[in-house]
Design a protein. Sequence first.
Length: 341
Amino acid sequence: MNDTNKGRRPGRRRSFKLCAYSEAGTSHIRRGKGCEDMAAAGIDPATGVAVAAVSDGAGSCTFASEGAQITARAALDYVLGQFDALYEQDGETFANGILGFIRSELIGAAEMLHTDITELSATLLLTAIAPDGRYLYLHVGDGLIVACNAEAGAWIMSQYHHTIAPNFTTFVTVPDTEYDYGKGRGGIDGFLLCSDGPELAFTDEAGFALWCEPLLRSAFLFTPARMEHELRRMVLFLKNEGMYDDCTIITLADRTRSAGIYATMTPAQQQEMFRSMECRTSREAEALFAALALLTTEPAGVSLGRLTRVMHLHKPHYAARRLWPLVRDGILAVENGRYRF
């Protein structure tokens, strides 16, 4: 496997941000049902490995919601603490192990619920990435796994192809179920996982729809709270456009790659991105981008005086005022007079 991390600043440890959002679809609301999707995500504090999982319970099943919750949580628990060992396994060994673990959890739940395991049928989308760039993914059933990096933009890493009927898919409860698996090292700066609710809107003939890329780029800068707001806005837009199914979206972004992500954007795109940071003009957006680009290469922090010069401002208090929205939202920290991203 090729390591495409070459040329990146040595010693800069990757640091991941996760954001998840779920909302019940209009069809479920009309039938008095809640959201039957589930998102589970976490970062191992010891290793820095980030894991994201999405599961969509089969709507025709009695315990679809429970199945999705158990599936997503079991997948997260299985990978989070043993990524190094799992990464060394071949795809078949890994898939058999995690799907076997998930099924054992579902069997236990089915016994408690006095039902058959098939009544907890659910899909699974899983990604995991380590600070050194190693990653893996597993996909069973509907939904999308999208990857991105600064150089190539965003692309579909895994998507279920319907060969029987548009509404036919497979689940983790199906013996010897079909799955998509992959692993590698380097070349991935972030992931987006989504259930099948927004799948059609997020794709076109070329793959991941270009109009959706700003959403994924946002994940590199925005705080989880701000990113959740953006995801909620996206879901509202999709509902207004006719999306009726449950919707779950997870973004996973390497915050240390923010400068590279934004460097590939046009000035107009940068202005649009930073508009939420109270940038009123393209010049203000460019100044904030210059500050961010410097901060991402200086993990020890940057003095306000230096930032003032980089932002082409005359006085430090002008720079502090421009940077305040990022400090307020928790994107930047100020320690001992130095700003740190």
